[in-house]
Design a protein around this ligand. Structure first.
Ligand SMILES: CC(C)(COP(=O)(O)OP(=O)(O)OC[C@H]1O[C@@H](n2cnc3c(N)ncnc32)[C@H](O)[C@@H]1OP(=O)(O)O)[C@@H](O)C(=O)NCCC(=O)NCCS
Length: 268
């Protein structure tokens, strides 16, 4: 376990990925402490969720973001201010001093993930593969023809797994770009190559360079998949380090381990 009060350092070649498991965090005293961290508008937004499980997820996500970013910036968690770009992507408000730390958040039933980098564009996506209402037929609408064709070739028993590989990777890319669904999902393709790792390609309509992106896939739990996208200014194979941590905000931090594919190397 780390010193929870200490300031966290982050090198330019590092990605720190923090997981929180909302179903494990139920101590009413702790939840009350989390509410004290929220900005007034966050408290109001939390109350507007109809279902308790959504209020809970939102509260833990805010607590994770505020306590974790406070560790990197030295700014007290309740004082952190955020701005959003025109597509809704939150960033730290540069007027409060720290302009180096970048982050991206993703939440789904049972899991929250927060990625942190020093300056690099980063996108994180987590998905619950047991989520209801999601069928692989969605691929016909949102995936590229190449991805759809690959999915159709998969044996039935592996198709859902592959579907979530594509889903999380596609989301991680559009989140790293920070432009949401203004990037047409069917105009870029992932190539999941056993030997050469994960590659991306773009239709002419998307002005981007495949060589500047690195991707990781993770399996944090049996039912969750996660993907990370980062624009690598040190070169795709130069060795980014991915450090995984589990957090119970304000209470405990510990190293976290899970299957990872297509990484450069693992820190620790
Ligand atoms: C909003 C969007 C950025 C992510 O949505 P999502 O996958 O449902 O949700 P996630 O939990 O992964 O991410 C939400 C978080 O991303 C961050 N975010 C919001 N807008 C963002 C943007 N433009 N870029 C990057 N991050 C963004 C926020 O922190 C948000 O959490 P918060 O509102 O609690 O602060 C957008 O990509 C979207 O609507 N995706 C759905 C697309 C889809 O239907 N895909 C189907 C198959 S690929």
């Amino acid at each position: 376990m780390q010193d929870i009060e200490g300031r966290r350092a982050l090198k330019r070649s590092e990605i720190h990925l923090w997981f929180a498991f909302p179903d494990e965090i139920r101590d009413p005293r702790l939840l009350l402490e989390y509410k004290k961290l929220l900005a007034p508008e966050e408290g109001e937004k939390q109350q507007r969720f109809y279902f308790e499980r959504h209020r809970h997820l939102y509260l833990i996500a805010r607590a994770l973001v505020r306590t974790t970013l406070s560790r990197y910036t030295g700014i007290p968690a309740p004082d952190l201010r955020f701005i959003t770009n025109e597509y809704g992507r939150p960033e730290l408000d540069a007027s409060q001093g720290d302009t180096i730390i970048r982050f991206n958040l993703s939440h789904t039933e049972g899991l929250i993930a927060l990625g942190v980098t020093a300056r690099q564009d980063l996108g994180v996506d987590v998905e619950d593969m047991e989520r209801r209402g999601v069928s692989t037929g969605i691929a016909d609408r949102f995936f590229s023809p190449r991805e759809v064709s690959d999915l159709k070739k998969m044996p039935e028993n592996r198709r859902r797994d592959r579907f979530f590989d594509y889903w999380t990777l596609k989301e991680s890319y559009i989140k790293a770009r920070g432009m949401g669904l203004s990037i047409p999902l069917e105009q870029f393709s992932f190539h999941l190559l056993d030997k050469d790792g994960i590659r991306i390609s773009f239709d002419p309509g998307i002005d981007d360079d495949p060589g500047r992106w690195c991707f990781w896939q993770l399996r944090p739990t049996a039912r969750h998949k996660a993907a990370i996208a980062i624009s690598c200014d040190v070169g795709a194979e130069a060795g980014y380090g991915l450090e995984l941590q589990k957090s119970i905000p304000l209470e405990e931090e510990s190293d976290f381990d899970c299957p990872i594919s297509n990484r450069s190397f693992i820190l620790r």
